[in-house]
Design a protein around this ligand. Structure first.
Ligand code: ADP
Length: 381
């Protein structure tokens, strides 16, 4: 890409530094439970201090990747390395990796303090040291006042923090979080997302999170690996995943997308002209090589779509599609319009910046969708 996408945490990009060694490497890993591979010939590198998200639909192999790193599973082929060391033969409890389970798996009969201390007590560390480390953890997750309570005397958010403290107290190099916020309601989830980011940045521990929630991955991750049927299909920071998806699958999995199919008519100077049925000829930046005659898709996001009244002229160079309003979804902050055009249902999301609109767009109204040239993305897969 010629222009940069998003400034969020832009200074942290160890994956772009060829001098840095990754902390975790999946090197050509295959894992079969039966005949079907859950993960197939997968290579992936995760760097120190990353907040790395594995994202994909249920059954795509996310938990399998985590369990392979934690040591609960062994690869059928390939290697898993941590800090350059092959983990084959290293048992789970000897790996500097800890896992926080979705269910939290707290001991119901133990106090918060005892729950957090459990792993250290198992290692038979001196009592003073255990006390000190548990106290520091209680402070870190702001549960000092709750040390004596049992899990059932805590809220969902507090239980989540106990589980987090229990996983962190052993000072792992990598913390694995399996749907860590799945049990929390929406408001609390959002708050906790920001808390987790702050905590992770402060501790400098590498977090690997499994989630099927795209918003969660977008909010928290330094990079997202999007998975499909045992394969990683794209690894990139959230703004790149969103603005420059590598395929129709990634584009459709993260956020809403409008897609129109077409054929490459010409290629020149890094741009391609695409012949489409409903938008005529469209000029798109071609980040990868395409050739004349190739079937491709042109995609853009609903919030980058402008709705014009029938006959209203579009700005120069914009792509215009005439259609009819099929549906209107009012969400308060946004309104989504579904426009029927040439057998497709295209979406336009419009921010409701004003309280009152003099002549709102209504159902059945003929309208025009207009998209700026730089909002269009060319998809070859
Ligand atoms: P995800 O975490 O993305 O939902 P999983 O890694 O749990 O996916 O599962 C990937 C695939 O492997 C699925 O098809 C699942 O049914 C299968 N699988 C996972 N664990 C086992 C197991 N212990 N035995 C047999 N099949 C399994």
């Amino acid at each position: 890409m010629t222009t940069s996408l998003g400034a969020v945490r832009s200074t942290f990009a160890p994956w772009d530094d060829p001098r840095l060694e990754p902390l975790v490497v999946y090197d050509g890993v295959t894992k079969r439970y039966g005949a079907e591979p859950a993960v197939e010939d997968l290579t992936l590198k995760i760097y120190e201090r990353e907040f790395f998200a594995l994202l994909g639909p249920s059954g795509c192999g996310k938990s399998t990747l985590m369990r392979l790193l934690a040591g609960f599973e062994t690869p059928s082929a390939g290697r898993v390395l941590l800090g350059g060391q092959d983990l084959a033969g290293v048992p789970a409890h000897r790996r500097p990796v800890n896992m926080m389970f979705q269910s939290y798996a707290l001991f119901p009969h133990m106090s918060v303090e005892k729950n957090i201390a459990f792993g250290l007590a198992m290692e038979q560390l001196p009592k003073d040291e255990i006390h000190e480390r548990v106290a520091a953890m209680l402070k870190l997750v702001k549960l000092e006042a709750y040390a004596g309570r049992k899990p059932h005397q805590l809220s969902g958010g507090q239980r989540q923090r106990v589980a987090l403290a229990r996983a962190l107290v052993k000072r792992p190099k990598v913390l694995l979080l399996d749907e860590p916020l799945g049990a929390l309601d929406r408001k609390l989830r959002e708050e906790t997302q920001f808390e987790l980011i702050a905590l992770q940045e402060r501790l400098g521990i590498t977090f690997v999170i499994v989630t099927h929630d795209q918003d969660e991955a977008m909010t928290m991750a330094t990079r997202i690996a999007v998975m499909d049927k045992g394969h990683v299909v794209q690894v990139a920071p959230p703004p790149v995943i969103y603005e420059a998806p590598a395929s129709r699958y990634v584009a459709g999995f993260i956020g809403d997308i409008n897609l129109i199919e077409g054929k490459v008519a010409a290629v020149e100077g890094g741009r391609a002209t695409i012949e489409t049925a409903i938008a005529g000829r469209v000029s798109v930046e071609a980040a990868e090589a395409v050739s004349a005659g190739q079937a491709v898709a042109v995609a853009w996001r609903p919030e980058k779509t402008r709705i014009l009244r029938s006959g209203e002229p579009a700005p120069d160079g914009w792509t215009v599609i005439d259609g009819v309003v099929n549906d209107i979804g009012y969400l308060g902050d946004w309104t989504t319009y579904v426009i029927g055009a040439g057998g497709l249902r295209l979406r336009a999301a419009v921010a409701n910046a004003a309280r009152l609109v003099e002549r709102p767009i209504t159902w059945g109204e003929p309208v025009r969708l207009a998209v700026a040239a730089d909002a269009l993305v060319l998809l070859t897969r």
